[in-house]
Design a protein around this ligand. Structure first.
Ligand code: MEV
Length: 315
């Protein structure tokens, strides 16, 4: 018997890092996904074939975290591999890089594939909880935003908590974005720890930044509802500034953000954990999307063109 499952990639539009402390954030699934396949073997334990395409060093850098993550998923699902084992294969069209939700997509895909393999028929809510445990392998104290986007798809308002708040934001027409990959693999866990340390050292300064981040989330939600992309772009630019202030941007991220804006993107910011990884640029219309993507590629960086706001991305 075999099992198969899918998890979407994601782009955080507002408030990565701030979300770890309960500030509302907005995230969208993207139209690329990881597929996991499960096959039974007659050897105990699990074996992984990771066939995903990836930024150089991504898979190597994350191998230990990945092992920990898979063990956490199996534990949460109470799967005993002491007699028969499992072979897990990862593939799909999501190119692994930092900031694009590759770890969450793989956790969700594996949880779904295991549910399928063992005929558990788990609902999305449970898949999401299992994937959240898996995410802990990659970054100790995840807010849960990535696995939520990866499980449910679409555009989501998210607030961390004992019972996290998750609301779908509906936009009438999906809007084009470009993601630009710095090619640098980043350690989310280290980025989150760095913010925590600086926040503790500078409580007043960080309070001001965090208050503004919260304010931006509400303004952005309204801008989405009103389809005011100009305002949305402005707020993304401001959000990037806050992320610079909490020191999670990098030279390459700032370069790609500026390049995108110079090329006409109405807003651009880093997305995800930062310190490397990806930027996201808001580029309504195919022509603007092409212009920005071409400019980034001309500088030697990889891009991903997709849309945000589709009801359930990739489906
Ligand atoms: C990583 O994609 C997003 C962070 O906010 C961490 C988290 O929310 O768990 C940096």
């Amino acid at each position: 018997m075999t099992g198969e499952g899918v998890g979407f990639g994601k782009a955080i539009l507002f408030n990565e890092h701030f979300v770890v402390y309960g500030v509302p954030a907005i995230v969208s699934a993207i139209g690329k996904y990881t597929v996991a396949k499960i096959e039974e073997t007659n050897k105990s334990g699990w074996k992984l074939n990771d066939n995903r395409k990836a930024t150089p060093n991504y898979k190597e850098d994350k191998i230990e975290q990945q092992k920990d993550s898979i063990n956490r998923i199996l534990k949460k699902m109470d799967i005993d591999l002491s007699k028969n084992g499992l072979e897990i294969t990862l593939e799909g069209n999501l190119y692994c890089a930092s900031g694009i939700g590759a770890s969450a997509a793989s956790c969700v895909a594996i949880a779904r594939a295991l549910s399928d393999h063992f005929d558990l028929n788990l609902p999305d809510e449970e898949i999401n909880e299992i994937a959240y445990q898996g995410e802990k392998g990659y970054h100790g104290t995840p807010s849960g935003i990535d696995n939520t986007a990866s499980t449910f798809g679409g555009l989501i308002w998210f607030e961390k908590g004992d019972t996290p708040v998750m609301e779908k934001i509906s936009v009438p027409v999906p809007v084009e974005i470009v993601m630009g990959n710095t090619g640098k693999v980043a350690n989310t866990s280290a980025a989150v720890t760095g913010v925590r340390k600086r926040k503790e050292e500078n409580p007043e300064k960080y309070k001001e930044i965090f208050d503004r981040a919260e304010n931006i989330a509400y303004l952005a939600k309204n801008a989405f509802i009103n389809e005011d992309y100009k305002e949305l772009g402005k707020l993304m630019n401001e959000n990037h500034k806050l992320l610079q202030q909490i020191e999670v941007s990098s030279r390459e991220l700032d370069f790609l953000v500026k390049l995108s804006r110079d090329q006409g993107a109405i807003g651009a910011k880093l997305t995800g954990g930062g310190l490397g990884g990806n930027i996201i640029a808001l580029t309504p219309g195919r022509d603007l999307q092409d212009d920005v993507a071409n400019a980034i590629e001309k500088e030697g960086f990889q891009t991903l063109k997709t849309v945000i706001g589709a009801l359930r991305e990739g489906v």
